[in-house]
Design a binder for this molecule. Structure first.
Ligand SMILES: NC(=O)CC[C@H](N)C(=O)O
Length: 197
């Protein structure tokens, strides 16, 4: 089958995510068609959705302004997969402790923006992730800390005592940027563990 993958293209690594999705699909003998989402009307036709990094304030504002927010919520309510990375994770959460970010409440965690500490603003870490055989090379860039995990969410990976990858039903969220390596296993975990082919 061809997986139709919507990538929120407000800002962030759209082409890197598209490459990772295509690689993950190829590993399953499938193809992926990537649709860049900047306006309402496209998400209802998508099988999976990717909310990339960037600035969560900007992403949140645009998602509300374009009316994309209710489409993302409906996508999740239909049980369709979402991968939300870094700022995408912040936007997907139930709260970001920041009035400028209107979160979508599709992932039962709260987050603290830019909370990994100044000396660690950007770093790479070999991460043990539930469901993966070998550590994942995780790149953190001004990453959010997940400071509360609700009953609905399951921790897939932690770093430095903090959860950094979580799953809540069809939604996987990561504090790090899985698209910045050649390794498509997080996209695979998010999209193909739960998509019927
Ligand atoms: N790499 C990122 O996506 C950074 C997230 C950004 N610091 C924010 O709070 O929105």
């Amino acid at each position: 089958m061809t997986l139709r993958a919507g990538v929120l293209a407000v800002q962030g690594d759209v082409s890197e995510h598209a490459d990772a999705i295509e690689r993950a699909a190829a590993a399953h003998g499938e193809t992926a068609e990537v649709v860049e989402i900047r306006e309402a009307g496209l998400i209802p036709d998508c099988d999976v959705l990717l909310l990339p990094g960037g600035e969560s304030t900007t992403i949140s504002r645009l998602v509300q302004r374009e009316g994309i927010d209710s489409e993302i919520t409906a996508h999740v309510e239909a049980g369709k997969p979402v991968l939300a990375t870094c700022a995408g994770l912040i936007v997907a959460a139930t709260d970001a402790h920041d009035d400028r970010v209107d979160t979508l409440n599709v992932l039962d965690v709260t987050v603290e923006r830019n909370a990994f500490g100044r000396q660690k603003d950007s770093f790479e870490a070999p991460l043990d992730v539930a469901g993966l055989d070998d550590p994942f090379p995780a790149v953190f860039i001004r990453a959010p800390v997940i400071d509360y995990v609700g009953d609905g969410a399951e921790v897939l990976a932690s770093w430095d005592g903090h959860p950094v990858a979580v799953r809540d039903g069809p939604v996987v969220g990561t504090s790090f940027h899985p698209e910045l390596t050649e390794d498509p296993r997080i996209h695979d975990l998010a999209f193909f563990d739960s998509v019927e082919s």
